[in-house]
Write a protein of this length. Structure first.
Ligand SMILES: Nc1ncnc2c1ncn2[C@@H]1O[C@H](COP(=O)(O)OP(=O)(O)O)[C@@H](O)[C@H]1O
Ligand SMILES: [Mg+2]
Length: 293
């Protein structure tokens, strides 16, 4: 297949089809999107509710394809250039005053960022998975600047004159919590996937991954209560997959009888994090409606 993006200088060795991992359950849709993004050499942009496995996905892709993972957690102050490298002027200044290192060797103060490292490794023939987590945390210029760097596949360390030419395209996974709209030019170049909140059957499978020896009756009862809770439209903050996994852990530790779960919600604080929600649940505001659902 010819690449739709700039041709990498070296042909990437073929990778196996990604199908999730024993610890990461991916439905058909997600598997297909991951595989097409890898084949096209396009960044994969993943959105979805918190706790739907966006961050963990990159790790699972790396694991499934037998590649190393590099992670870049985006903050409000992050700039695209930071991902390439940082020049640690403070360390150099300190060394010039108090240290015994030769401060004329600037190269020792250049610290590669995750993107720079991904390109450096690619230059030696290693394809890595690069996770750029929560891209929407940074300012509006960030996504476009980032794509510019990703397209270029090369950069120059201005302070030393060294040039890094990637050669191979890293597999880039970008997550967003949709706090901000992303620019059109950015979206055009990505392959997009929205991770829907899992259906009960998939959620059960995910729980089994985390609790392989769970009592099936307890799991079924917990799932029933959890789905009932999530179906309440007035809920301010719906509990997520990761909260369900924690809740099941709590229920197991306390040895809760599955039969009792249909009428009670022990450790509700693991699931609900807004006092309005816990108060209304405590008053029984939703119990009749929920029972009908
Ligand atoms: N498909 C999945 N397979 C296995 N575990 C999952 C899956 N989705 C979510 N989880 C669990 O939920 C937790 C939260 O996932 P995370 O990737 O941090 O979510 P997000 O980044 O979307 O907020 C993970 O640590 C994992 O325990
Ligand atoms: Mg995350």
């Amino acid at each position: 297949m010819t690449s739709a993006t700039q041709d990498p200088q070296k042909p990437a060795p073929p990778l196996p089809r990604w199908q999730g991992t024993p610890r990461y359950i991916a439905d058909e849709g997600l598997q297909a999107t991951v595989n097409v993004a890898v084949a096209l050499g396009r960044p994969l942009l993943v959105k979805g509710e918190p706790g739907t496995g966006k961050t963990l996905l990159a790790q699972a892709i790396a694991e499934g394809l037998g590649l190393n993972l590099l992670t870049w957690h985006v903050k409000s102050t992050t700039r695209a250039q930071d991902g390439l490298y940082l020049y640690d002027t403070v360390a150099r200044l300190n060394d010039s005053r108090f240290g015994d290192r030769d401060v004329r060797d600037v190269a020792q103060y250049i610290k590669m960022g995750p993107l720079g490292e991904a390109f450096e490794r690619a230059a030696t023939g290693e394809r890595v998975v690069l996770l750029i987590d929560e891209v929407d945390k940074a300012d509006l210029e960030f996504p476009n600047d980032l794509l510019h760097e990703l397209d270029a596949m090369r950069f120059r360390v201005a302070e030393t004159g060294r040039e890094v030419v990637a050669g191979l395209r890293p597999i880039v996974v970008i997550t967003s919590n949709a706090e901000k709209e992303l620019p059109d030019a950015f979206l055009r170049r990505c392959v997009f996937h929205y991770i829907e909140f899992p259906e009960e059957a998939l959620l059960t499978q995910i729980c089994r991954v985390h609790h392989p020896d769970v009592d099936e009756r307890l799991l079924a009862a917990a799932l029933r209560q959890f789905m009932r809770l999530r179906s309440i439209p007035e809920l301010r903050k719906k509990p997520s997959t990761s909260e369900l996994i924690d809740w099941v852990a709590g229920l197991r530790l306390a040895g809760i009888d599955p039969a009792k779960l249909d009428h009670a919600l022990p450790f509700v604080g693991v699931l609900l994090k807004q006092e309005k929600d816990t108060q209304r649940l405590g008053r029984g505001d939703w119990s009749r409606q929920a029972a009908r659902r």
